[in-house]
Design a protein around this ligand. Structure first.
Ligand SMILES: [Mn+2]
Length: 229
């Protein structure tokens, strides 16, 4: 039987930068507190969960333990700082609710229990040549389709010097219900045709600390709520 199309609410965060001296690591707990709310069905982390590769093993253990304890589907897209996750030597027994999108060409995970399909292309090559929303898949029928993308939204590729560019054209053409962006440390809606795309900001910076609750209501209504931590 195929997955059922149903109402669902997800938390969308990014740029947690665990392990940086600049950000405060206790904000992972604040994220988890929101995910634990009874009306939340899952979590999307759109890149830069960890700040760098040399974070302590204990921090890695604690992070996945906390994310595992929610028992809610959690999808992690590695960003340019997540060299820990994209390193070929990274091995970790993940709790069963956690999915990391690691395939360089892009990868989907179907969360059949909540009727959501999530696709994303992890950052292995943070250069202007890497296109986080390049070669996106067709929609999976009967479920909500979400793309995750970690990069910088730009008007066009003409004279572009930014790494991991996401063009307005890429977003306009994105055949999905929501684009969960990451990389920019500020809450921001991106206007691109009919596409609904947001940066959630960072939950752990020294300025505004924000994340997003996004609700998908049948038949095709998507509403976004900014949460200030
Ligand atoms: Mn980034």
């Amino acid at each position: 039987m195929s997955a059922q199309f149903q109402d669902v609410t997800l938390v969308h965060t990014s740029d947690v930068h665990l392990g940086s001296g600049y950000h405060c690591d206790e904000y992972l707990e604040k994220i988890v507190d929101v995910v634990q709310l009874s009306d939340v069905n899952g979590l999307l982390i759109a890149g830069d969960l960890f700040d760098h590769k040399e974070v302590s093993q204990q921090m890695v253990i604690d992070t996945f333990k906390k994310l595992g304890e929610t028992n809610k589907p959690t999808v992690i897209l590695p960003g340019n700082h997540d060299t820990l996750l994209t390193d070929s030597n990274f091995e970790f027994h993940l709790p069963s609710n956690i999915h990391i999108l690691l395939k360089p060409e892009g990868e989907s995970v179907l969360l059949a229990d909540i009727g959501v399909n999530v696709w994303g292309k992890p950052v292995y090559d943070h250069t202007p040549a890497f296109r986080p929303l390049g070669e996106t898949p067709n929609q999976t029928q009967g479920v909500w389709n979400i793309f995750m993308a970690h990069g910088m939204v730009v008007d066009s590729l003409e004279n572009n010097l930014r790494s991991s560019p996401i063009t307005i054209g890429d977003l306009t053409q994105a055949d999905c219900d929501y684009v969960a962006l990451g990389h920019v440390h500020a809450f921001r809606q991106i206007l691109a045709g009919e596409t609904i795309a947001y940066y959630p900001g960072t939950p752990s910076g020294i300025y505004e600390k924000t994340l997003i609750k996004v609700t998908f209501a049948a038949p095709k209504r998507v509403s976004v709520t900014r949460i200030d931590l």
